[in-house]
Ligand binder design. Sequence first.
Ligand code: HEC
Ligand code: HEC
Length: 230
Amino acid sequence: MKPLPSRAGSFAPSYLSSFARTCAHGTVAAVACVAALSGMPAHAAEAAKPAFKPDMARAQKLAEPCAACHTADGSRGAPANPILQGQHADYLFKQLSEFKAGKRKNPIMQGMVAALSEEDMKQVAAFYASKSAKPGFAKDKTLVALGERLYRGGSLAAKVPACAGCHSPTGGGIPSQYPRLAGQHADYTEAQLTAFRGGARANSPQMSAIAAKMSEREIKAVSDYISGLR
Ligand code: HEC
Ligand code: HEC
């Protein structure tokens, strides 16, 4: 077995470095150390950031404090708290880092992510993304036709583009570009569109421009339609 390079502690990615130091001091079985540090050739690891590896046991632990509002698996909780299960990991990570950076403002969520590292945020994002989304139901029969029209075709008069164009016809979104909307609580979607429109949520110029052109009635209608979309 090859001995570990003496500089193990200095080139290991930060989240491994204490482990690597333990390895160098020989207090952990050498086999485990080599296994943990393998796949990281010294030259490559020196420059590159560690490749992200989902670790579901750790991710689930990190998501424990979130369960009070988002449920244990990110499924349907109170209508003000977004459903997270089945959402794309890249989108979730973007939101968590933007809460942390103050780019998306929400006192509760800014507090919740304050202690999470970038790696932690990737882990919880991967956790919720690994669960499958469940369908929901629209509630307001009087508005659902308007909602469907907007979602599928937009509004020519108001120059609102079709939501389906980016969020896909099923509302499943497109991983790494457009979030899943389908099945989301109507109250949450409505609150977000209103926040984009009024500037309270300013982390997406695209969505701000779109929501700016929507009436309150259109926002209500499309939000209800989205909650039943599948
Ligand atoms: C006390 C309730 C509460 C707790 C606990 C909580 N959240 Fe939230 N979360 C919310 C609310 C409310 C929002 C909507 C914020 C807004 O309106 O912008 C939200 C939004 C989010 C979003 C954005 C979703 C989207 O579709 O854009 C993510 C991601 C998220 N929370 C993840 C987490 C994680 C991870 C934790 C645990 C570390 C957590 N939340 C803990 C209430 C909570
Ligand atoms: C040009 C592409 C595009 C179109 C068209 C579009 N969206 Fe979006 N939408 C986005 C992007 C990108 C985001 C992610 C914003 C972010 O990163 O914070 C988003 C986010 C959202 C969110 C926030 C989701 C969440 O979980 O918080 C809602 C709600 C939403 N869009 C609704 C709509 C509706 C309703 C329409 C149609 C009226 C629409 N979008 C049309 C690109 C688009």
